[in-house]
Design a protein around this ligand. Sequence first.
Ligand SMILES: Nc1ncnc2c1ncn2[C@@H]1O[C@H](COP(=O)(O)OP(=O)(O)OP(=O)(O)O)[C@@H](O)[C@H]1O
Ligand SMILES: [Mg+2]
Length: 282
Amino acid sequence: VQLLYDPRDAAYHERVGSQILHWLDDVGAIPIHDADPSQDAFLFAGARPMADYRELTGDLPLVRDRPDEREPLLRLDTVLHALKIAAIRVPSPRTWILPLDAPLPRDMKFPLFVRTASSSWKKGGKISKVHSVKELKTEAAELRRVLGWDTVLLAREWLDFAAAGNGRYGPVAQEVRTWCVDGLPVAWSFHHMHLIARPRGFPPLESELTVLKSMATDVAAAFRSRLVVADFARDRIGKWWFIEAGPGSCAGTGHEIVFKSVAKRLRREQSDWQGDSVGGPL
Ligand SMILES: Nc1ncnc2c1ncn2[C@@H]1O[C@H](COP(=O)(O)OP(=O)(O)OP(=O)(O)O)[C@@H](O)[C@H]1O
Ligand SMILES: [Mg+2]
């Protein structure tokens, strides 16, 4: 299996301080334009529009993910929909989808966490918490002004996550990214390594990793992508909640060993490796 990347992503990785392209290079990945079309491959590619991804992979029918394997993972509304139709139940905050101009659902309970289907965009990484219909309307207008008037918004039950530490904008959640290759969880990593080097509450207990592994297996089962990331956060009582899932093809992490082990697993290599306090095998 060839590991491929899209060299157009270099500027993005540079800008956010991501080492992923270097790590891919270290494990022998090559630019997509050098791919051998007769060989199986997996492509790491940034989150551009689907038309771009179709074009990129159009002449390479053996490249995974296929566009239809990737597409449902790009937006939180389609992720939640896929879980629902696959009848998968993992603990997850109650979520209301807010289409443009539709009356607000009557059963919403405040406070709520507000984000769009594709991002929780907020200047500098602040999180949107709203306490009333009035605040929700203001926030919705702001998100739509910046991200497009027809942006789908999601309002989610607010969860009080345990703090891993304090970032520039306040407490940072104890949140784990799990990495699933061909439906099997193979690794976990602390999701906010770039903000907190020594997070409180890490590594999770063995028994918690077992829970996370089982929840990640459930989530991955709703998708056909070869590499799914599923994120979970621990609340103040110690319960783990499913936050979101996405295509591993464009997933970020600061954990080199985790990322490289995952990349090798896509090549179907079995390797013995050791984790540390912020990431390891599952
Ligand atoms: N229901 C919630 N209640 C409180 N905080 C939440 C909730 N859902 C998410 N968060 C916090 O907000 C952060 C961003 O949310 P989310 O992961 O859904 O958006 P995102 O745009 O994908 O963010 P990122 O790109 O940083 O992963 C999470 O890492 C978590 O700490
Ligand atoms: Mg996230």
